[in-house]
Design a protein around this ligand. Structure first.
Ligand code: NAP
Length: 549
């Protein structure tokens, strides 16, 4: 059945004179797996990618220190035994160059690049209601048409620069880390400023501290961070990982965020205070997200539990930073541990013990403007050779908003989402027929490839359903979309993260409409296990929340 449908879908593309049955936008982790599955079925499909190669976030983010916070062996694709057997992850948390090599290895091994078009950015996507096709105009001047578009744009791929006057006046080099110049691999002898202390800056700072003649970090709000505890993976260990892959992926499928770390089953209150500290001592020394995701569940919902774990982490920071005044500056006072996405670090706090590193409190003395030679705060003038704006992303909706996407009756996606995203299952948007999003808003925030595989594995039967029934159009109903929005909103209830000034709640001080307090429901906060059940339920019910015609 499936073969017949997909063979005919390939023919449809020619007979109806549209270029492709499916266009995928983005050759990152999701786009790579999606094209593989479509090609396996003989569908006429292509990937359009703005960059000159595969990799998405791992192609772009080449800043020093960029690496996974996911255990490498949980980040690889699970769908191909051949890939699992052949690839050796060299470090427990793979650095960006190795990850980019991995994604190229996958694309080459599976002969996917010949189905990808690089260096072409999609600028507009217009749905034609007469033919049920999308028309995409590209930065290289071409227009391509397809029955279906699958966006695989990445949730954190639209960088935002700070709204600070004078950015164009600076005579040195300045950039967002996502656009770190590929040839700028060493900052030895340079006077460097880093603005921001999110996960990105927390990875950059210790590396640049060891190179720059002077590093000045402008911190507006301190951020909790905990040790990554990275290390090499030997041949023997890799052999043992290979033998356990089934077990590892099974464990990920049981964890809300699709890591090996599973929340502790005990209640915070059933464990005596001194035993809690012993438990945290162990988690703090473990690698990866243990201290965050294998902790007591109460730390995310209970102010007392959260205050106690925050005090524990604060003490660990005090032990690592020599100057008590600097240590106190680095300990967040406005939010508890773990209610924002936890950055993991390697020598971050120790970087502030170096003579060439200075921490400036940008709340107390705000940056007033960028100048020709550096920047000016409310009380000082600074000179720099390099300014790094590690100031975050227009998360989840930004990459879609940057394309002019118009659906039924010319409805613009960015207008639909003006007050925040609304989707069906994080995959479809009512009024945007034949468009599927991978890694879009309102999916469960998870170890990314684990979530990607679940999403693509859901999309394929949906498309086969369309083709097998001879339909040319699918669109989420308004009612099913509203139901999903309500479920997403409900998933935030009772969580301390509601107070977070982070992309989870849609906060971004550099974007209109993203002010603190105007919550945007960007993720399905209950997590991946429940999310997968929702997807399964929708498929089992013959996609009853979706109109086919
Ligand atoms: P972010 O967490 O949004 O942090 C942005 C930082 O810039 C914050 O410290 C913010 O301060 C500051 N900032 C923004 N505008 C500013 C301004 N005008 N003046 C002064 N400071 C300003 O962004 P990010 O660090 O790029 O991280 C985003 C997400 O990417 C992470 O949460 C994570 O999910 C992902 N990421 C993952 C990895 C990994 O897997 N290893 C690595 C890096 C990033 P305020 O807090 O005061 O707004």
């Amino acid at each position: 059945m499936a073969t017949t449908a997909t063979q005919s879908s390939g023919t449809n593309a020619q007979a109806a004179q549209y270029d492709y049955e499916v266009i995928i936008v983005g050759a990152g982790v999701s786009g790579i797996y999606q094209i593989k599955r479509l090609l396996d079925l003989g569908v006429k499909a292509t990937v359009l990618e703005a960059n000159e190669g595969v990799g998405g976030t791992w192609y772009n983010n080449r800043y020093p220190g960029a690496r996974f916070d996911s255990e490498s062996y949980t980040y690889g694709y699970s769908f191909s035994q051949e890939l699992l057997d052949e690839w050796h992850w060299k470090e427990r948390f793979s650095p960006q160059p190795e990850t980019l090599r991995y994604l190229n290895f996958v694309a080459d091994k599976l002969n996917l690049k010949e189905h990808m078009q690089f260096g072409c950015r999609v600028e507009t996507m217009i749905f034609d209601e007469d033919t049920d096709t999308w028309s995409l105009s590209l930065s290289d001047g071409r227009t391509l048409t397809s029955r279906i578009v699958i966006t695989a744009l990445g949730p954190l791929s639209a960088p935002t620069l700070p709204k600070i006057e004078g950015r164009d006046d600076f005579k040195g080099i300045s950039f967002h880390p996502q656009q770190w110049p590929h040839d700028l691999t060493d900052l030895s002898g340079k006077r460097v400023a880093i603005i921001g202390t999110g996960a990105t800056a927390i990875q950059i700072i210790p590396v640049v501290a060891g190179q720059a003649s002077q590093l000045t970090v402008f911190q507006r709000r301190a951020n909790w961070a905990a040790p990554l505890n990275n290390g090499p993976i030997s041949e023997e260990e890799m052999a043992s990982i290979r033998a356990r892959y089934d077990e590892i992926f099974e464990a990920c499928s049981r964890s809300p965020a699709a890591f090996e770390h599973i929340p502790d089953e005990r209640s915070f209150y059933d464990v005596a205070p001194e035993k809690r500290r012993e438990f945290w001592d162990r988690l703090y020394d473990e690698s990866g997200f243990s201290i965050w995701l294998a902790n007591f569940p109460e730390i995310f919902i209970d102010e007392n539990a959260n205050a106690e774990v925050s005090e524990y982490i604060a003490d660990r920071i005090r032990q690592r930073v020599n100057d008590p005044v600097v240590a106190e500056k680095l300990i967040p006072k406005d939010h508890g541990f773990g209610i924002q996405r936890l950055p993991l670090e390697t020598g971050y706090f120790e970087a502030y013990n170096r003579d060439n590193v200075e921490l400036v409190d940008s709340k107390a003395t705000p940056i007033e403007r960028i100048t020709e030679n550096g920047l000016r705060t409310s009380d000082r003038e600074f000179e720099f050779d390099v300014i790094v704006y590690a100031t975050g992303f227009d998360a989840f909706t930004g990459a879609h908003d940057r394309i002019d996407i118009r659906g039924v009756a010319g409805q613009k996606l960015r207008d639909t989402w003006a007050e925040g995203p609304i989707t069906y299952l994080g995959m479809l948007v009512h009024g945007m027929p034949n468009m599927v999003m991978l890694g879009g808003p309102q999916v469960a925030a998870a170890n990314f490839p684990r979530g990607s595989e679940i999403a693509v594995d859901w999309v394929m039967p949906l498309l086969e359903h369309l083709w097998n029934k001879g339909h040319t159009r699918f669109d989420a109903t308004s009612a099913s979309q509203q139901q999903w929005f309500d479920a997403v909103k409900l998933s935030y209830e009772g969580l301390l993260m509601n107070k977070a000034q982070s992309w989870i709640t849609g906060y971004n001080s550099n974007l209109e409409g993203h002010e603190y307090g105007k919550t945007r429901y960007n993720i399905f906060a209950t997590g991946g296990v429940e999310y997968a059940k929702h997807l399964e339920h929708a498929a089992d019910k013959d996609y009853q929340g979706i109109d086919f015609s």
